[in-house]
Design a protein around this ligand. Structure first.
Ligand SMILES: [Zn+2]
Ligand SMILES: [Zn+2]
Length: 420
C-alpha cells in the first residue's frame, strides 16, 4: 500500500494534469470532428498574426463558442476524477476537487472575456498577448511563440494549452509541413537520408554541398531532383541571402582524418567539423528577427556521439567536442530553437563499419524532432544516454555561471601574448 500522503498528493496533482489532458485532447479532437470544429474555428478567426484580435465582437463570441464549452467538458471529466478518488481514497477524496477548482478559474476567466470585462483579456489570456517574443518556443510549458505556431504555422499541430506533454507524445510538438529545410553535407549518406525523410514529412528541402553534382533522391518509382546549393568552407557568408528563406538549418557536414595527426589534418578537421558549422550557425542567427522567425526558425547541429564518448579517431573526437561545447555555449542565448543530434556509429562513407543504417537514423531524428527533443540521441550505446545528459547539464551550468552575453571583447593581454 502506498503511504496515504503520497496517494493524496498524487490524486491532487493528478487532478490538475487530468484537467490539462482533457483540455488538450478536446482541442485536438475539435480539429478532426467537424461539429466541434465549427465551434472551435471561432478561436482561429479571432487573431491576426501579430496576435491582436480582428474585432472585439469575434473575440467575445470565440469565448462563448470555444473556451466556455471546453472548460465545461474539463469540469465534467474533473468530476469523474473526483468520483474515482471518492471510491479509492474516501477519507481524502476532497483533494481531487483541486482539479475542478483549477478548471473553475478557467471557466470564470473565459466567461469574463466573453462578457467583455475590461482587462480580463490582458490578465487571463496569456498565450495570446501581442508584442515582441522574448524567447523561442519553450520546451515544457506553452508560451506565446509555442502557441502562435498553432494559429499560423500548422493548425494540425501544437495543440497543447499549458504543458507540452501531449504534443510530445503525439509527435505534434514540431510540424515540418511546408517548412524550408536546408541540410549541409547533403551528398553524404546521412544527408541524403535526412533529405528523404524531411521531404516525406512535408518539408521543402534544400541540399547544401561542397560537391558540384546536384543531389537527387530515389523515391519509390521516381527520381526527385533536389534544389542543390554549392558552398565552400570559409565562404559561409555567401549563404546569407539563402538563409533568410530557410526555416530550419541542419548542420550535418563533417570529415574524419582517422589516425592522421599532421598539422594540416588538425587545421582541416577544426575548420570543417567545428568552425564552419559555428560560423553557419551564427550567420543563421542573424536572420532571426521577427516574431515569425523566433517561432519557426531552428538550427539542428550534428555534433555526434563523439561529443561525449571516445570516437577512436582523436581529431574527429576533439573537433566534435569543440563544436558540441560551442553549441552548448551559444544556445544559452540563441534567438531560435537549437537542437543537437547525438548520433552513434551509422554506416557511411566516413564510417564503413557503422552498425546502424543511415536511413533508420534519419527516421529517428525526424521522429524525435517532432516530439520536440532538443537533444536528439540516436545510438545503440546505452552509455550515451547517461554520459551525454550529465555532460550537457554540467557544461551548460558552467557556461551560464562563468560567461555573459554583451561583455566587451577582451583585448589580448601581455600574459596571453606570451603564451606559446
Ligand atoms: Zn489560440
Ligand atoms: Zn485549434
Amino acid at each position: 500500500m502506498l503511504p496515504i500522503w503520497i496517494a493524496t498528493v498524487a490524486w491532487g496533482l493528478g487532478s490538475i494534469l487530468w484537467a490539462e489532458l482533457v483540455r488538450d485532447l478536446y482541442h485536438a479532437f475539435a480539429h478532426v470532428w467537424q461539429p466541434l470544429y465549427r465551434l472551435h474555428v471561432w478561436h482561429h478567426r479571432v487573431f491576426r498574426p501579430n496576435l491582436t484580435p480582428a474585432s472585439e465582437e469575434i473575440y467575445q463570441q470565440a469565448h462563448w463558442r470555444n473556451d466556455v464549452p471546453e472548460a465545461l467538458v474539463m469540469l465534467g471529466f474533473g468530476l469523474l476524477w473526483w468520483l474515482g478518488a471518492y471510491l479509492f481514497l474516501p477519507s481524502y477524496h476532497w483533494v481531487a476537487g483541486i482539479g475542478c477548482l483549477y478548471t473553475l478559474c478557467f471557466l470564470g476567466s473565459a466567461i469574463a472575456r466573453g462578457s467583455g470585462i475590461p482587462g480580463a483579456d490582458r490578465l487571463t489570456d496569456l498565450t495570446h498577448q501581442p508584442g515582441p517574443f522574448a524567447t523561442p518556443p519553450s520546451r515544457w510549458f506553452v508560451n506565446r511563440p509555442y502557441h502562435w505556431r498553432h494559429h499560423f504555422d500548422n493548425q494540425n499541430a501544437y495543440f497543447c494549452g499549458t504543458f507540452t506533454f501531449i504534443d510530445k507524445l503525439m509527435g505534434t510538438a514540431l510540424s515540418l509541413k511546408g517548412k524550408t529545410v536546408a541540410v549541409t553535407g547533403a551528398s553524404g549518406t546521412l544527408g541524403r537520408s535526412l533529405l528523404l525523410h524531411l521531404h516525406e514529412a512535408g518539408a521543402k528541402v534544400i541540399a547544401l554541398t561542397s560537391g558540384n553534382e546536384a543531389v537527387a533522391l530515389t523515391l519509390e518509382s521516381e527520381t526527385l531532383e533536389i534544389n542543390t546549393v554549392t558552398w565552400q568552407i570559409g565562404q559561409e557568408n555567401e549563404l546569407a541571402a539563402l538563409f533568410e528563406k530557410v526555416d530550419i538549418l541542419i548542420l550535418n557536414h563533417g570529415m574524419n582524418v582517422n589516425g592522421d595527426r599532421t598539422p594540416e589534418a588538425i587545421a582541416n578537421s577544426y575548420q570543417v567539423n567545428a568552425f564552419s558549422s559555428w560560423r553557419l550557425m551564427e550567420l543563421f542567427f542573424t536572420t532571426v528577427r521577427t516574431n515569425q522567425d523566433i517561432a519557426r526558425k531552428e538550427v539542428w547541429v550534428n555534433t555526434s556521439e563523439a561529443e561525449s564518448n571516445p570516437a577512436f579517431s582523436p581529431l574527429y573526437e576533439l573537433t566534435k567536442r569543440t563544436l558540441g561545447d560551442l553549441v552548448t555555449l551559444r544556445r544559452l542565448d540563441a534567438p531560435c530553437i537549437v537542437r543537437k543530434l547525438i548520433l552513434g556509429p551509422f554506416k557511411s562513407n566516413l564510417n564503413p563499419i557503422g552498425v546502424m543504417s543511415a536511413d533508420w537514423v534519419a527516421k529517428q531524428i525526424v521522429k524525435q524532432a517532432k516530439a520536440d527533443n532538443r537533444n536528439i540521441i540516436v545510438t545503440i550505446n546505452p552509455l550515451t544516454f547517461i554520459t551525454f545528459p550529465i555532460k550537457e547539464l554540467l557544461n551548460s551550468v558552467y557556461f551560464k555561471l562563468f560567461s555573459r552575453l554583451g561583455t566587451k571583447v577582451s583585448q589580448p593581454s601581455e600574459t596571453n601574448q606570451s603564451l606559446p
